[in-house]
Write a protein that binds this ligand. Sequence first.
Ligand SMILES: *Cc1c(COP(=O)(O)O)cnc(C)c1O
Length: 709
Amino acid sequence: MDAWKAGAADLERTAAALAARIPAELSGLARLAYNYRWSWAVGGPRLFRAIDPHLWEVCSENPVRMLWEADATTLAAAASDEQVRARTAELVDLLDRDVAREADGDRAHPVAFLCTEFAIHRSLPIYSGGLGVLAGDILKEASDGARPYVGVGLLYRQGYFRQRLDPSGWQHEYWTEERPERLPAALVTGTDGAPLTVTVPIHGREVVVQVWRVEVGRVPLFLLDAQRRENALVDRWITSRLYVSDRRLRLGQYALLGIGGVRVLQALGIEPSTYHLNEGHVAMAPLEVTRRLVSEGRAFPEALASARTATVFTTHTPIAAGNEAFTPREIADVLGTLPADLGVDLKEVLALGRAHPDDADEPFGMTPLGLRGSAAANGVSRIHGGVARAMWRHLYDQAEHDEQVPIGHVTNGVHLPTWMAPAMRALLGRTLGPGWEARASDGLWAALDSIDDAELWEVRGILRRELLAYARERAATDRLGRGEPVAYVEQALHAFDPDVLTIGFARRAAAYKRLYLLTHDPERALRMLEGERSVQMLLAGKPHPQDEEGKRIVQGVFELKWAPHVSERVAFLEDYDLGLASRLVSGCDVWVNVPRPPLEACGTSGMKAGMNGCINLSVLDGWWDEAYDGTNGWAINAHVGNDHAALDAQDANALYDLLEQQVIPAFYDRDPDGVPRAWVQRMRASIRSVALGFNAGRMLADYRARMYP
Ligand SMILES: *Cc1c(COP(=O)(O)O)cnc(C)c1O
């Protein structure tokens, strides 16, 4: 089977079935709906929204579901709309041309990118945060660059949890079930027309998985799904929820993806040149490659060495809890006959996940396994590379210094067409010319200087106003959902001033992100909300369901909700996701990030903000330490130490000082035309430096140059 064809006919058939239900003039829409390429095409989201804005929202911007559910009148109206038809034809043409381009690389041997989460679009809720966004952005960038990649992940029917807060600010979680038949995905069938399946030995049972194909431009994403009748109920649950809380099931997920992912690729006829393991969860993949080589007659050490040469591993977290480890018993249980298949003792397999192979009590770490199973490994920023070398030096006997530990770094980047707001893309397009996103070189970026201050400032105003209109409705809806008094709900509808400096803070609400620094000195924080030159603030973030500390931190912010000005100047927007993120990073003026150094491995939301001219104010940790140059934002020095209370007080003070003495005056200091010249200067520096240095194209080029075999 041609590697790139696996499941392609199934997608075509599925799209044809949808085309048959909608007016013939719109049949191109069915084709568009089944390839996420529309989501980063200029005018793509607008086209679908125009058909039925309300239904579009109800369907979480899932075009397949919307087109299936739209009634005949709506579809007829769209079919007779000249603009919809013209836009559809344009986008179909764009898609055709995009897919027809010659590949830059060997299509017969793509990079297989394995990850537990992929954030492609909010309508495919199989992600939780930054790790997934990175994975999604890598696939999109690979598509734009015509690089041969395939993604491999899991299709979680219930995805990640949805967030609902109560009036005290305490988080409650709920899950909703997706019907994959209504996702832009098709079940891959075999030559017999039945769904193609693969079995994966997990906990002594043969778990049957089927495979869905999702189109991400030119890149296929294959998602494994254990919801098969043959499977025991408990085994079906393996692909229910992202990072399912039960340890045994979660380990089952890692085995299903690591071992099953390799098997599925083989069943699809895909022979990767490289397995890129994104984070420790998928670290079992090289064991399966080794098993295959052993079954072909090779000896274990040689087979493992061979599997390793084709494998690259990226570690993402300096937080101990993020580097999961399991007991020898748990590992023995999940792997079953794997050691025997490899012709070795269990102990030899366990040694791959341990620092001291002879210590029978030492747990088995997924990150050590990833490091031992790969020929090259990297952290995700310069600082994080160093942190990872120190963290894992004990695995390398021969390394006497951290510098000798073979872990490098590739600093993350974000997919510019996904994260730059349409209004900003259009403004730059007018100056830089069509297709500028693919040619973001120095020469072109010099042209950025020719854009008028007033024009840049005007776009900022448009984006801020769009965000605030959205935030008003969303805040009011959240308040209704929490059962707040109606008077308080209505305050949200009149909240936020389109001319006031708007600060954003949104991220996974893990404790080390220190959301609480914003209110560390409540009186000083509240003072900034009042007067002529005030600020307003939009917050969002989801603590992990088991993260009680994170939940208390979110709740802490709510303690101020009845203080003066808070209800009309501050909102915590619930259920942070890709859609909310893209509005916040483009609409806010300042993006605040105050992680406890050195725990921010990289951070990517600030990159999304920076390329939109939303200026970063951040601790010099992760990516900001590389990006900050004194002209493109504001910085808080990184102080590492154990006295957290003292460091928190110091950093909160630095944050307030910067806001009061620099940020607020610069924003309100206008020339006679009403333009804050110094502010716009900083915006320009931010857009240029971030879009050039921290876009995903640079990241992929780095992976190619430094990491891939
Ligand atoms: C970008 C993004 C993240 C990661 O942001 P950080 O700054 O790395 O914390 C998390 N969640 C969503 C929804 C995002 O879009």
